[in-house]
Write a protein that binds this ligand. Structure first.
Ligand SMILES: *Cc1c(COP(=O)(O)O)cnc(C)c1O
Length: 441
């Protein structure tokens, strides 16, 4: 798209012009609809989420066998939902925030195997592909105990096939680790944002890492071209993959159970506000779709992006989605939030989210480190800078109040339950945490 036309077309749009100026911006979605009115028109449904969950359950005996760290949870890759009251009281007074009295951290930062939200979607997509291959080649019967996937004959079989993926780091880690474990040959195409330690870790597991000096879209493009040339190669396409999206969505089923076990029922009087760090949109989109399916209009989902990589906000606010990149608006795409360093949104997530997303906030990089230190200080929890964007709702008290009044919510806003979705952290090496801790922008 021609940049001059674009800038001209949207020069009176407050959201776009504030984003272009590099300001922290919020966008409240004018197209949000009651969920019951739209759910039957969507291209995906609750049945798709349940199908994904059933597949994860079939694979649980395999996961438990080859990743012993999942033993306590019987091979289900899940994270804790933790109330962070010390962090809450400190933040509420610092920001004079007065909506609700409970703040939870959904700790995907500690997800086993890959240490980030990508352990949901990425691992799911590879398991699904491995299941298809095994069934269609007569290696597996649907009734088998899936721990057979750990047997050498499976590893030998999969070694004839190749998996490729483009990544800013975490997707490559999740795809690389699970694919190598199953026996696949794996090539990860890493964008310039990817951290060295992630590349080294993957190489140590036998994964081929190709590094690019360019951004994420370019790494994806190279990976896709490379894979398309090879009939035995499968490309995990973060820009288009429905299977990644559904892998992320199962989080909602589990979150509901976690609230139930805390005796918290999410309903009209106790609504849930969820803040999801957003890169290309697959992870936060899949999770938000799951949450809307499970909790309907009692959940309100907000995405958060770095000021310099606000591709989903630009895509949704202009309704041009993947037709535009941040660079088309003169925005750099360069951010310390490596997991969110994406310049062009997914080809389908923004459109799909149109009737169900509540809004998007953007956040300055320096705040990520401040929130990170605060969480370490108050709760002794480390999450990576990208994930800390989930706390940006604090700077958006007034848009949140506008949102509540626009939607005529008749509940007591005291009862709002907030969930900051921590998307990565547990695999970050100590020396890198040390560097983050001492980063002041
Ligand atoms: C990938 C990632 C996200 C966002 O996921 P997308 O699917 O790219 O939107 C958020 N946080 C972290 C740490 C990530 O690695």
């Amino acid at each position: 798209m021609n940049s001059n036309n674009l800038l001209d077309n949207f020069k009176n749009n407050i959201t776009i012009s504030s984003s272009i100026k590099g300001e922290e911006t919020f966008w409240l979605n004018p197209n949000l609809k009651p969920f019951k009115d739209i759910k039957d028109k969507l291209t995906l449904s609750e049945a798709d989420i349940l199908d994904a969950e059933a597949r994860m359950l079939r694979f649980a005996p395999y996961i438990e066998r080859v990743f012993p760290e999942t033993k306590d949870n019987k091979g289900i890759i899940e994270s804790e939902l933790k109330e962070i009251e010390n962090m809450r009281s400190s933040l509420w007074s610092e920001y004079k925030f007065d909506l609700g009295k409970r703040l939870f951290l959904k700790m995907d930062s500690e997800l086993p195997i890959a240490g980030s939200v990508k352990a949901r979607g990425g691992i799911y997509e590879i398991l699904k592909y491995a299941e298809e291959l095994a069934l269609s080649n007569g290696l597996l019967n649907p009734s088998d105990d899936y721990s057979v996937f750990a047997e050498q004959r499976f590893v030998d079989f999969f070694s004839k096939y190749k998996i490729q993926v483009g990544s800013t780091g975490n997707l490559g880690m999740s795809i690389g680790i699970i694919s190598a474990k199953l026996g696949f040959e794996v090539i990860v195409h890493m964008s310039s944002d990817a951290k060295d330690w992630k590349k080294e870790l993957l190489r140590s597991k036998g994964v081929t890492v190709i590094e690019y000096k360019t951004d994420y879209s370019q790494a994806v493009e190279e990976g896709r071209n490379n894979s398309d040339k090879d009939p035995l190669s499968y490309f995990v396409d973060d820009e288009n993959s429905v299977s990644l999206f559904l892998g992320y969505s199962v989080a909602a089923l589990r979150l509901k159970k976690q609230f139930s076990s805390l005796n918290i029922e999410i309903n009209k009087d106790n609504p849930l506000f969820v803040y999801l760090p957003c890169g290309i949109g697959g992870a936060p989109g899949g999770i938000a779709f799951g949450l809307k399916t499970v909790f309907g209009d009692n959940v309100h989902c907000f995405f958060v992006e770095p000021v310099n990589a606000c591709c989903m906000l630009l895509g949704m606010a202009t309704q041009l989605h993947d037709k535009v990149s941040v660079q088309d608006f003169g925005i750099s795409g360069i951010t310390h939030a490596d997991g969110l360093a994406v310049g062009r949104p997914s080809a389908f997530v923004g459109k799909f989210m149109e009737p169900m997303l509540s809004g998007i906030f953007t956040i300055n990089d320096f705040r990520l480190y401040d929130y990170m230190r605060n969480l370490m200080d108050k709760e002794n929890i480390f999450i990576e800078p990208s994930g800390c964007s989930a706390f940006s709702f604090l700077q958006n008290l007034s848009p949140l109040k506008t949102y509540i009044s626009q939607h005529n919510m008749d509940y007591n806003s005291d009862k709002i339950i907030h969930v900051a979705w921590a998307t990565g952290g547990s695999m970050v090496p100590k020396n890198v945490i040390e560097i983050y801790t001492n980063t002041f922008l």
